[in-house]
Design a protein around this ligand. Sequence first.
Ligand SMILES: [Fe+2]
Length: 223
Amino acid sequence: MTDERITSLTETPDWRYLLKEFYEFYRRMSSGGSDKIRAHQRAVREAISKTLADRPAVRLGPPVRRPVTVHLRRALDLGRRYQMDGVIRAIDAVADDLSWQFGYDKVPKGLENRYAYAEIAGPNGPVATERVILGLVLFAPGCVYPAHAHDDITESYICLSGAVSENHQGVYEPGSLIFNPPGHMHRITVSDREPSLLGYAWVGPAEQLRGQKMVFSRPRPGR
Ligand SMILES: [Fe+2]
């Protein structure tokens, strides 16, 4: 990437604090009695602590905004109301350096104004690691995020602000976790009153993490 600045977590401690806030979130949150979710939460925590111990590079490109980022201020404000203060403040501290992306070569119709994601850690950075991908997804009110699945990747979304539903199977507000095992098709709808900010974590084999994108894939029979 042109104009990329390569630095370290020592030089940019706000990125370290953000990773620590993600770690804390995955430590504090209940597993709801699910052994699969508990194992995933542990895998995310281990990946984060190993990443911190690796002393990773931090690669900062020029910040990129997308149409949906006009809702970021409101999404952060809403998150504070729900006692998500630690993670919200840590996101705010790096907000000027976030690179918001679509992930699609061709963005599905209507989505370009209502959705974007920004990576926090992973093979593409900004915090360079092959152990985990962490990021943020921002949805405008009323957004419908099309059905997709992640092969060989275990995913969780954590709700930081607003309210979303997945596959019409429950409503998730700040503090909730949505668990998507590998290959699970999921479609997300967003409250039409407020924007929603989700964090996400992907764990899986390094070669799979390298190739992953927030992309739409067609539902397959039986999924
Ligand atoms: Fe997903």
